[in-house]
Design a protein around this ligand. Structure first.
Ligand code: FES
Ligand code: FES
Length: 164
């Protein structure tokens, strides 16, 4: 691992939602700040900044990760997927996003980007997830609006559609 001087900005080049982006970051800059303030990708939300709420969850090389616990310089050369990359094309929602809309699985929307990114990765590998598994999985995310019921209903419907 290269030694990076604090106080100096370092080039970070990564693939974001299939597109190469570059920017500069001090070694202590969080991925959340890099995405939002350097790249201008504001879909990833910031809540607790302590790895607790899950609002900042993105996929790094296909695996869900807390962007608030990740340094931007760690991701030089990595592939990052955020909520902006979920829709298959402009004007269309992914199966999971459409299910969220149908089931009113968001209210203020603060938690939504992170939950979508986690559920997207989870359902890719576990399309037969049942309600209990989904509820346990969602324990890694805080939603203070919905009571989780509509989120679980949306996830179950998305899983069913993905299996068809
Ligand atoms: S903002 Fe990252 S887990 Fe809460
Ligand atoms: S919709 Fe408001 S926190 Fe989840």
């Amino acid at each position: 691992m290269p030694y990076l001087k604090s106080g100096e900005r370092h080039a970070v080049r990564l693939e974001l939602n299939g597109r190469i982006v570059t920017g500069h970051a001090e070694p202590r800059m969080l991925l959340t700040d890099f995405l939002r303030h350097v790249i201008g990708a504001t879909g990833t939300h910031v809540g607790c900044e302590h790895g607790v709420c899950g609002a900042c969850t993105v996929q790094i090389d296909g695996v869900p990760a807390r962007a608030c616990l990740t340094l931007a310089v760690q991701l030089d050369g990595a592939s990052v997927r955020t909520v902006e990359g979920l829709a298959p094309e402009p004007g269309r929602l992914s199966i999971l996003q459409a299910a969220f809309r149908k089931h009113h699985a968001l209210q203020c929307g603060f938690c939504t980007a992170g939950i979508l990114m986690s559920l997207d990765a989870f359902l890719q590998r576990k399309r037969d997830a049942d309600e209990e598994e989904l509820r346990e999985f969602l324990g890694g995310h805080i939603c203070r609006c919905t009571g989780y019921g509509p989120i679980v209903a949306a996830a179950l419907e998305a899983a069913r559609q993905m299996r068809e």
